[in-house]
Design a binder for this molecule. Structure first.
Ligand code: AMP
Length: 206
């Protein structure tokens, strides 16, 4: 089972990927999370992410390859944040073919721009465990993680300016990726403005 969740910034890819991965008992792989870890010790990646720019296909694909070779991915995984470009879609097919694997389904999450802006400007992440909180999932105590007690802060790339850039970058690249998966009969579109739990039903209905 290999599910790909795609969509613009703040369409709820992270939340829905997490719910789906839990329901299927497979890992959730987020390339954004992987890169945020790398950015802690790599200034040039950190700078690019702060500006809302894409990291090179080479770097992110090799990180991804290393991750999916881990034994915990043997029954599949939910991938969020990759592919971001048409070239990455081709690279992903090559990577999976090398491991005798194929994509089960690509779910495109769609929300109106205003909702994406609202979600993104109000979301916070735990500095310790990475758990996300937002308008739909506030923490029980303000700025304290329900899971581990860590401090919650705004992601440094979650600003109005960066968001506009990230939405544009998504749009520039998205159509070619969506067309690619549509042609292969893998694409389904999901209205992600509502309850994120419905993602499990959506996946089951495939
Ligand atoms: P996300 O958490 O998915 O919103 O990603 C945050 C940032 O990480 C993006 O704005 C990019 O700078 C970088 N990033 C994540 N995934 C990719 C990818 N597949 N290719 C290139 N850059 C990526």
């Amino acid at each position: 089972m290999i599910y790909i969740l795609t969509g613009g910034p703040a369409t709820g890819k992270g939340t829905r990927s997490e719910i789906l991965a839990k329901a299927l008992n497979i890992p959730h792989i987020s390339t954004g999370e992987m890169l945020r870890e790398v950015a802690k010790t790599n200034e040039s990646i950190n700078e690019m992410m702060q500006k809302g720019e894409l990291i090179s296909d080479e770097i992110i694909t090799s990180l991804l390859e290393e991750r999916i070779e881990n034994p915990d991915c043997k029954n599949g995984f939910v991938l969020d944040g990759y592919p971001r470009t048409y070239n990455q879609a081709i690279l992903l097919d090559e990577l999976l073919a090398k491991h005798d694997r194929t994509i089960t389904k690509v779910m495109e999450l769609v929300v109106p721009d205003e909702l994406a802006f609202k979600r993104i400007l109000e979301r916070k992440q735990c500095e310790k465990c990475g758990e996300m909180y937002g308008i739909d999932f506030p923490p029980e105590v303000e700025d304290v993680c329900d899971k581990c007690g860590g401090h919650l802060s705004v992601r440094t790339d979650d600003t109005k300016e960066t968001l506009a850039k990230r939405i544009n970058t998504y749009r520039e690249n998205a159509q070619a990726i969506l067309d690619y998966y549509k042609e292969k009969g893998l694409l389904m579109t999901v209205d992600a403005s509502h309850n994120p739990e419905t993602v499990v039903e959506d996946a089951k209905n495939i």
